[in-house]
Write a protein that binds this ligand. Structure first.
Ligand SMILES: [Zn+2]
Length: 254
């Protein structure tokens, strides 16, 4: 069987793979707290697993090694290893530019961390004039759009917990999982996430540290309602959908 993981190829194998395909899948994530029950690498573990399964399903693509670090300073009151936005952007841009030199034209980014989105978007706009096309998937948004029962409502919530459980069961500490414990901000303002507060029913954008907003680190619905089986079902539905999507995406004429 031909290799699809770029890091496992020799250079002649990589050159041969580049001559066969013009599609690369790149997982991106972050190293940050995900409550008492999920590993720090949750975002990249999920993205990496989706990328690998998608690559194996498609066969004729290259899966690049992950960009594991992103900007996540707002989680550092718990534990997070953050890199500046510029560092993520330049690293990601460098990877895309390098792959384009070998004939990759279609980029499929599986993103696990919301904080990476604007930086990926910036590269997406910049590569079009160079002859490339980049689509990026926020896995939790797509999975929630495929079925409302998988809608993401927070951080280390039911669906994220289930997804990482399916990817790396040995890293889970479900015996430690706690429901979201918000820290009240004022009598009138309720915190929903580090980026959102609610005032008289209206959701207003804001930005704060996660440790100022939650006692546990997780937001949203109770992670105890999740399961490994839910994660498996959601991820396999997502990978099936993405396989069809990538087949259609690569037909766009460049
Ligand atoms: Zn996450």
């Amino acid at each position: 069987m031909k290799k699809i993981m770029l890091e496992e190829m020799t250079w002649p194998e990589a050159k041969e793979a580049f001559s066969r395909t013009d599609v690369a899948i790149i997982p991106t994530g972050s190293i940050e707290q995900h409550g008492h029950h999920c590993p720090l690498g949750t975002d990249i573990i999920i993205a990496r697993t989706i990328a690998k399964r998608l690559g194996e399903k498609l066969g004729d693509v290259i899966v690049a090694p992950p960009v594991s670090y992103g900007f996540c300073e707002y989680h550092q009151g718990f534990v997070a290893v953050s890199v500046p936005n510029e560092a993520f952007y330049l690293t990601f841009k460098g990877i895309v530019d390098s792959l384009m030199k070998y004939g990759i034209k279609y980029f499929v980014v599986i993103n696990g961390h919301g904080g990476n989105k604007p930086n990926i978007d910036r590269v997406s706009v910049e590569i079009r004039p160079k002859g490339g096309l980049l689509t990026h998937i926020q896995w939790w948004e797509t999975v929630g759009a495929l079925d409302k029962k998988w809608l993401a409502v927070g951080h280390a919530d039911m669906i994220e917990t289930s997804a990482v459980w399916a990817c790396m069961p040995e890293a889970m500490r479900m015996d430690q999982a706690k429901p979201h414990e918000p820290i009240p901000l004022t009598d009138e303002i309720e915190i929903l996430a580090p980026s959102r507060i609610r005032f008289r029913g209206q959701i207003m954008p804001v930005w704060t540290y996660t440790h100022e907003a939650t006692r546990t680190g997780n937001f949203g619905d109770d992670p105890n309602t999740g399961s490994r089986e839910i994660g498996e079902e959601a991820l396999s539905t997502l990978v099936d959908f993405l396989a069809d999507y990538v087949k259609a995406f690569r037909k766009i004429k460049l």
